[in-house]
Ligand binder design. Structure first.
Ligand code: ZN
Length: 321
């Protein structure tokens, strides 16, 4: 019997012969730090050491977003695997007598030039549970893409401008790809990040102070959703929309006061999470973030695999075969 000693504090901490930190809030001088991808909620806030295990693209996006320099390194015990979430995003397989897979955010759908995450045999796994609830089942990506295109084109034809609010890294570029037949204007923070992503083939323009006169398509970071500067001119000539997996809940758009909410997600939905875990064939699954308790119960019930949620600041000392 092996023991896995895990704590949620500086990210997900695993204590074996060495200390491993996954998506830590602080890069420390001791220990091995792994950054799965460059969304803000997965990036360190304090940087005392300038190295981390991550892809080159995650490091370059992180450096722009944080204004600090992180240098990507490798470690013989950690295998970097594609997570299919956003460009450069990774899962990590820790191989130390037994295998432990840390998924980070992941998607099992190939989308917009990203390969899908591939299951891998592991003894234990730590799984993100953002959509780990049976009510989160996403429509097919092609269906959502068609809806976005149709609604946008219809709005423009009727003389409305269309403003999307989206994650500036990942989702914004997916939108730009979907609407690449049109002229698109993006906020400068989206432009800054898009420039770093290789193989971007679509054209776009940066928003300036003078908004385009004709009905047009604009993409702002999600944080501008309630910005008076952006929303004030959204009078009768403009339609607003968000793209997020949360939109699978039909009232979501009304709650945040937009005209449309499209359930385009870069995460696995509930069924995809269960299928992925099943195919990794672990004897233990620890869940964290989002619907961790619900997913953990479902894993035990549906897959008959030992599972429990990771609770912040509680140490989980768990035996596994
Ligand atoms: Zn993410």
């Amino acid at each position: 019997m092996n023991q896995i000693n895990i704590r949620v504090r500086n990210g997900i901490e695993i204590f074996l012969e060495a200390q491993y930190y996954f998506d830590p809030t602080e890069l420390r001088t001791a220990g091995i730090h792994c950054i799965s991808h460059a969304h803000f909620d997965h990036l360190p806030r304090k940087i005392r050491s300038a190295t981390a295990i991550c892809t080159d693209l995650t490091a370059s996006i992180a450096n722009v977003r944080l204004g600090k320099r992180i240098r990507p390194i490798t470690c013989s015990q950690i295998r970097i695997l594609n997570s299919g979430h956003v460009p450069g995003a990774s899962m990590f397989l820790l191989e130390n007598k037994r295998r432990i897979l840390y998924t980070g955010d992941f998607s099992t759908r190939a989308r917009f030039g990203l390969d899908a995450a591939i299951p891998i045999q592991t003894d234990a796994m730590i799984v993100e549970a953002t959509y780990g609830d049976p009510r989160f089942i996403f429509p097919k990506t092609e269906e959502i893409v068609s809806e976005i295109k149709d609604w946008t084109e219809d709005s423009i034809k009727r003389g409305f401008s269309v403003t999307f609010f989206a994650q500036p890294f990942g989702k914004a570029q997916e939108l730009m790809s979907i609407l690449s037949d049109h002229q698109i204007f993006v906020h400068k923070s989206i432009d800054n990040l898009t420039r770093l992503i290789p193989n971007i083939s679509f054209h776009y323009s940066m928003l300036s102070e003078n908004l385009p006169f004709e009905p047009s398509i604009q993409i702002y970071p999600m944080r501008y959703l309630n910005s008076p500067h952006v929303r004030n001119w959204k009078d009768d000539r403009s339609k607003t929309a968000v793209v997020t997996g949360m939109a699978v809940d039909e009232v979501f758009g009304k709650i945040i006061n937009v005209d449309r909410a499209f359930p385009l997600s870069d995460h696995a939905d509930f069924e995809e999470l269960i299928n992925f875990i099943d195919r990794c064939n672990p004897s233990l699954v620890l869940t964290y973030h989002g619907r961790s308790r619900i997913l953990s119960k479902a894993i035990k019930k549906i897959l008959d695999i030992d599972s429990r949620p990771l609770i912040k600041n509680q140490t989980t000392l768990q035996d596994f075969l």
